[in-house]
Design a protein around this ligand. Structure first.
Ligand SMILES: [Zn+2]
Length: 311
């Protein structure tokens, strides 16, 4: 066996979702375009790291300039569904609805960016119908499974996400009958890295030290097994939280106190320039392992065909 090259895939979901408001919001989309993206693109430029940016169709439709901006910096453009609201999550849509959302989003994004082939489901929610819908619309990779991430019973759609514990850790072709198993589809799943915690901006901001340990373990694993590292980030994390702290009051007072208030505080931790500082440190430390920084499209190209990777 020759020398193995470790791969690092920086991935970014671009959507008009406001973290402080906990909902999609047109002004947030504008802020992401005017402030969040430029801040992030500047950091990526300084580190010379290519990334894959997944845009929602809505974001691309409302702010086509945001897609152009990312392209000017040489990154790959992908698709993050059409609409990021809970009602349009792929796992609650029928096959036909998924197909129509994918077509709609793809038409808008390709109208600006040309050919695209990489997909990530909004809120990482998808099902078996998504595999066929992705094939029909010409996508080649998905990155929505978060193998071995454990959310506990607290997050939206968390019962289904328990299956993440069983999903393969390394990239695999999705099965038509289960998105958590290897199969014969043409869609290469490139899972978001996780080990109990996800390798993401969300965890990095809440618990920087856990992310340092996680990154170290992931590089050790990568050296041993060839598994690439996939980091998930959002440009809305580069926006300052401001004074717009809003807790959603729901259910009982106890649930409100322990779930909503605490979760909301954690969600807002290290937003804005702090997030960029933490990401800068994460890149610096990652570079100590000398990985190849690569986009989804280029990783897919180097991965080759279906037959080479049968276990
Ligand atoms: Zn998203």
């Amino acid at each position: 066996m020759g020398h193995k090259m470790m791969h690092f895939l920086m991935t970014v979901d671009v959507e008009g979702f406001s973290i402080p408001l906990n909902r999609c919001d047109h002004n947030t989309g504008k802020e992401v375009y005017e402030t969040g993206l430029p801040r992030l693109l500047d950091l990526l430029d300084r580190h010379d790291i290519p990334a894959t940016f997944y845009f929602t169709g809505k974001m691309a439709e409302a702010f086509p300039g945001s897609v152009e901006l990312v392209m000017e910096h040489g990154h790959e453009i992908g698709c993050h569904g059409y609409d990021h609201s809970h009602e349009r999550a792929f796992d609650v849509l029928s096959y036909d609805e998924q197909l129509s959302d994918l077509k709609k989003a793809k038409d808008i994004i390709t109208g600006i960016a040309g050919r695209i082939e990489s997909f990530r489901a909004p809120a990482l929610r998808l099902n078996e119908n998504t595999v066929r819908a992705l094939e029909r619309t010409g996508f080649r990779t998905d990155s929505s499974i978060c193998s071995q991430r454990f959310d506990g019973p607290f997050t939206f759609g968390s019962k289904k996400k328990l299956n993440w514990l069983l999903a393969p850790r390394k990239p695999y072709f999705l099965s038509y009958s289960s998105i958590f198993h290897r199969g014969d589809s043409k869609i290469l799943e490139i899972p978001v890295s996780a080990l109990f915690f996800s390798y993401s901006g969300t965890v990095m901001r809440r618990a920087p030290n856990i992310t340092k340990l996680l990154q170290k373990s992931l590089f050790m694993e990568s050296r041993a097994t060839d598994k690439p590292l996939i980091f998930l980030f959002h440009p809305n994390e580069c926006l300052d939280a401001g004074n717009s702290v809003v807790a959603n009051r729901r259910a009982s007072y106890i649930q409100y106190l322990f779930s909503d208030v605490i979760r909301q505080r954690l969600k807002l931790k290290n937003l804005g320039m702090n997030a960029l500082k933490l990401l800068d440190e994460l890149f610096k430390s990652a570079k100590g392992y000398n990985p190849e920084f690569i986009t989804m499209k280029d990783y897919r190209k180097s991965y080759g065909g279906l037959d080479e990777h049968r276990d």
